[in-house]
Design a protein around this ligand. Sequence first.
Ligand code: PMP
Length: 463
Amino acid sequence: MYDLANSKDISDTQRYQAIDAAHHINAFLDQKALNQEGPRVMVKGRGVHLWDSDGKQYLDGMSGLWCTNIGYGRQDLIKAAANQMDELSYYNLFFHTTHPAVNELSERLFELLPGQFSHVIYTNSGSESNEVLIRTVRRYWDVVGKPSKKIFIGRHNGYHGSTVGSASLGGMKFMHEMGDLPIPGVVHIGEPYWYAHGGELSPAEFGLQCARELETKILELGADNVAAFVAEPFQGAGGMIFPPESYWPEIQRICRQYDVLLCADEVIGGFGRTGEWFAHQHFGFEPDTISIAKGLTSGYVPMGGLVLSRRIGAALVEHGGVFAHGLTYSGHPVAAAVALANLDALDKEGIVEQTRNDTGPYLQKSLREVFGQHPLIGEIQGTGLVAALQFCENKESRKRFENESDLTWACRTHGFDEGVIIRSTLGRMVMAPALVITRAEIDQLVEKTRRAVDRTARDLGLL
Ligand code: PMP
């Protein structure tokens, strides 16, 4: 490792890598292994492009962590932050106060949300939105006189964040194994991952079977004890899995029948990703809550929220009494001003419509043309500007590689060499570029991805 005390002779890249190794425990990786290699140092972003500290340019096919929906370097968002910092850099929503920025944002947000939603509790991240979800849903059932409704049902491989409550709602086994999760009162059902678990069933049959697991679980626990079902409309970190079309209508029916709240985690799906403002609109169901973050500010500053339906919002307000909950930075004025500028830009520039009608279909068509017959790719899923390529060993039997995570990780590394950032999740390569991507940039994204996938196929002797 470099000697920081005598850092004159080392490059910026080496210096940052040395500081990183000395002081950071980074996300979801083996820090000891990373320290041998040193992380890439990203220094600049413009539109869908990034540059590292060695001057190498990348097409960011993942919009950061599925969050820079408006792209990097937007002057309108930058100015909104600077103006708000100048005017009122901080105030809060505690003790009978509010401020203009958060109210301007909420007015705009509820113009964009479907009419069944009325209230929001702002947070600083997706994990926090889901922490707040647990307490808010339990508070709701308390105030409507059903305090026994406490249990949350999540899904295996669902991802809802990294804090204790949100990681419990999520179904990542390897996360649960670290630190005795899930917390009591959270259980999980299977994921609607037809390619992996559908066997001989058609996707439609499998979708129904998965949804009915929810019914079985509710009956087993007793509907009087079940507070909510929590899921991502399409699964993100757990492999970018789109459920069969039969899935969501059946889930909706079951939640209504047993009076179980349907909680959509739209931290990835919200703000245009699927070509609709919110992903549940694409799948055609009506949740009771929506967890938001990421695309709300396009990642320029941290901000999230828990959006509540009129039914929940009205119950909490009408009941009266203190909901003992609050975050110092809930509705932070700078974050709110940036979010408002971001929503304005997404809306006024027609970026969501463009995703739905033009760039989204173009990406989906291009991927199917290029990878439809590829020996390594068994399934292509996605809509709008989010897509996944499923690696497979045998297309007929849908057999997956035993070391699929290693293979997709290698593909991701080839991608970096080719100048594209695509993500590996289990056996799938995932892309979710900023929604401002042009057709020409989509051509580059698909071509660079093809080269990365071909290199992986060549490693396996398949090409
Ligand atoms: N929910 C979903 C669906 C997510 O994808 C994520 C993050 N990838 C989170 C919650 C957690 O968000 P954060 O990292 O902002 O806490």
